[in-house]
Design a binder for this molecule. Structure first.
Ligand code: MN
Length: 202
């Protein structure tokens, strides 16, 4: 049984960056639907007892094409939004610290440069998808973008996502309309780098 991450903040807590209605629909409808569909399909595939990470990295074991596609989309939707809602919190924290901060400097020059590069990937994702900051098993950092609800796990990259930007229109359209860049810029204000840092250490 897969459960949606519990929010320790209210739907209105991320104003003015992420509006109340978007949070209510995004978490309460979209993420809830991915979770319900995942549970149904995982049951059918006899994968309900697996961790979501194992399920996504083991998608190729599922021979039924429709079931595999359904789990890729809904399992991805479940996992991606759990990370998305976990990393955003009221107030955020201004900048990465500790070993994550040093690794960001090694990999991208500085934090500002990471922000610019990841924002640019998120902007250039054509249609629905995500942009990712992930870590490899040796601790190196990678940025990437994916279509739909794919992620670095379901694409078998060997990288573990630690931060993400949802660029599906449902993530921003109610407030920002077609202005994806404004949403991406706003999102940086509510990323909690203590949480991302803990995921990096994990
Ligand atoms: Mn979304």
């Amino acid at each position: 049984m897969f459960e949606q991450i519990k929010l320790d903040y209210g739907f209105d807590a991320l104003e003015p960056y992420i509006d109340t209605e978007t949070m209510a629909v995004h978490y309460g409808k979209h993420h809830a639907a991915y979770t319900a569909n995942l549970n149904k399909l995982a049951e059918q595939a006899e994968k309900a007892d697996e961790s979501i990470e194992d399920l996504l990295t083991g998608l190729n074991e599922i021979t039924d094409t429709d079931l595999r596609t359904g789990l890729r989309n809904n399992g991805g939707g479940y996992y991606n939004h759990n990370l998305y809602f976990k990393q955003i919190t009221p107030g955020g924290s201004s900048e990465p610290a500790g070993s994550l901060a040093s690794k960001i400097n090694d990999s991208f020059g500085d934090f500002e440069s990471l922000k610019n590069k990841l924002s640019s990937l998120a902007m250039n994702q054509f249609g629905s998808g995500w942009a990712w900051l992930s870590k490899a098993s040796d601790g190196s950092l990678f940025i990437s973008k994916t279509d739909n609800q794919d992620n670095p796990l379901s694409l078998h990259t060997g990288h573990i996502p630690i931060m993400c930007i949802d660029v599906w229109e449902h993530a921003y359209y109610l407030k920002y309309k077609n202005l994806r860049a404004s949403y991406i810029e706003a999102l940086w204000n509510v990323i909690n780098w203590n949480i991302v840092g803990a995921l990096y250490e994990g």
